[in-house]
Design a protein around this ligand. Structure first.
Ligand SMILES: Nc1ncnc2c1ncn2[C@@H]1O[C@H](COP(=O)(O)OP(=O)(O)O)[C@@H](O)[C@H]1O
Ligand SMILES: [Mg+2]
Length: 439
């Protein structure tokens, strides 16, 4: 740095000193110095003007010729310009590669500004959502997709679950819409055609329902014969007693699986319950109490019920009964003899709650999220031994979802589990108790 400044000082000295000397010779040293400095100033102004001209003129690639400090400034700027150009080219290439990929994506892909205007969209977005380019670029997305559900989804800011809705251009196409916020304020919106997946899902459902249905009749026949054979006192059958018992046990288990598969497919295909008619949950629980005692049998669990007797719930009675009974039977089956089981039915600020707490074997935390998958069992042998099918909690989950409720599971291995159904307040209905009606 010092060297460069040095050259510049020499230049100043080289102009100013001779001018000063010349002035002194002529008897006007002041004027001489002033003229010298003026010349120096003009030199700089000229270079500054050249710099401006050069920067103004974008097409002219080469910097103007100059020595000393100015030459270095020109070269430096030139270097920066070149580097900038290279980076721009690289960026443009990357961008165009990305756009090529995004354009070819089968999912509709739209880049939205924070305020909701469309910044860019791909081919699939035109096909699936009916967007047009360039007309729609810069338009607000809700001006183009006018479904209330979509408007609500976009403004709700909760994008954890996709929104399913028919395509605005073709109602036969079902779309799953996702919004992913990224960068400082942009949002990526994806819409996937779910028609095929849903058709497959539908086919699967119908298939399972058909198979279960078809298996039911033969199983009933087999069960019937097995039962009479097992009951028979004939001497020839005596050696067969044990195998017959086992066959009967397994056939019963199969019948139970078939029944539960049918219940599941009904829950999947039936429209959700209307949630208008209030169900007398306390009466339903009184029945379950009896069932629980029978199921516990010899094992004599300490089963307690704590029930708000006037708390009713809007929903489907048969579904709620099957869910509650599943949870209770699990508690009994996965709790050793003499264990404690508490059933609670109460209301608080957040809504109505059905809880079953046991002092049983408990569940490891990594298994908890998988419990509601079909046929998922932590311990298959234990589940089978107690007559389990692995479908109970899948049924519970469906029922709970269909009531706009959620299933809460807390557990510690070796200490016990808590299974709770949390129903929203809007489903709560208060029965007019006899006492209240009389007063
Ligand atoms: N109260 C509970 N305590 C411990 N484990 C449980 C309890 N309830 C359910 N589970 C576990 O969850 C699995 C799935 O339950 P479920 O779907 O009802 O099937 P299953 O027919 O086996 O009871 C069970 O196999 C068991 O491992
Ligand atoms: Mg079960």
């Amino acid at each position: 740095m010092a060297g460069r400044h040095g050259t510049e000082y020499w230049r100043l000295a080289g102009i100013a000193l001779p001018a000063l000397l010349l002035g002194a010779l002529l008897g006007m040293p002041g004027w001489g110095l002033a003229l010298g400095l003026l010349a120096y100033l003009i030199y700089h102004l000229r270079n500054l003007a050249r710099l401006r001209d050069w920067l103004d003129n974008h097409h002219q690639a080469e910097p103007p010729e100059a020595g000393g400090l100015w030459g270095e400034v020109f070269n430096h700027i030139h270097h920066l310009q070149q580097r900038n150009k290279k980076q721009k080219r690289k960026l443009a290439n990357a961008l165009s590669r990305f756009q090529q990929v995004a354009t070819a994506l089968p999912d509709a892909t739209i880049i939205l500004r924070e305020t909701g205007e469309i910044e860019w969209c791909n081919e699939a977005a035109k096909r699936l959502l009916g967007l047009r380019t360039p007309q729609d670029i810069g338009n607000h997305i809700t001006n183009l997709i006018r479904t209330p559900a979509f408007f609500h989804y976009l403004n709700h800011e909760d994008f954890s679950e996709p929104l399913e809705m028919p395509s605005p251009v073709n109602s036969d196409i079902n779309l799953a819409i996702r919004v992913i916020p990224y960068g400082r304020s942009l949002r990526l919106m994806l819409a996937r055609d779910m028609t095929r997946v849903q058709r497959l899902e539908q086919t699967r459902r119908v298939f399972v329902a058909n198979v279960s249905h078809e298996l039911r009749t033969p199983l009933t026949v087999i069960n019937g014969y097995l039962e009479s054979l097992a009951d028979s006192e004939e001497a020839v059958l005596r050696p067969w007693r044990k195998p017959l018992q086992q066959m009967q046990q397994q056939a019963k288990r199969m019948a139970r699986i078939v029944d539960e598969l049918l219940s599941l497919s009904r829950l999947e295909t039936k429209p959700p319950p209307l949630l208008e008619k209030a169900v007398a949950i306390p009466a339903l629980l009184a029945n379950l109490k009896e069932e629980a005692r029978i199921l516990s049998g010899e094992r004599k669990h300490d089963i307690r019920f704590e029930v708000d007797e006037s708390l009713w719930l809007k929903g489907a009675a048969d579904e709620l009964e099957s869910a509650f009974s599943n949870l209770l039977s699990n508690a009994i089956r996965y709790t050793p003899a003499g264990g404690r089981i508490e059933v609670r039915w109460y209301q608080d600020d957040t809504g109505a709650h059905f809880e079953v707490q046991d002092s049983g074997v408990g569940i490891a935390s990594e298994d908890i999220p998988k419990l509601t998958e079909r046929f998922y069992r932590v311990d298959i042998a234990r589940s089978r031994a107690t007559g389990g099918t692995g479908l109970g909690l899948a049924i519970v989950k469906h029922v709970v979802n269909r009531h706009g409720a959620s299933l809460r599971i807390e557990s510690t291995v070796g200490e016990g589990s808590l299974f709770a159904c949390d129903f929203p307040s809007r489903l709560v209905s208060r029965a007019v108790t006899k006492a209240a009606a009389l007063s």
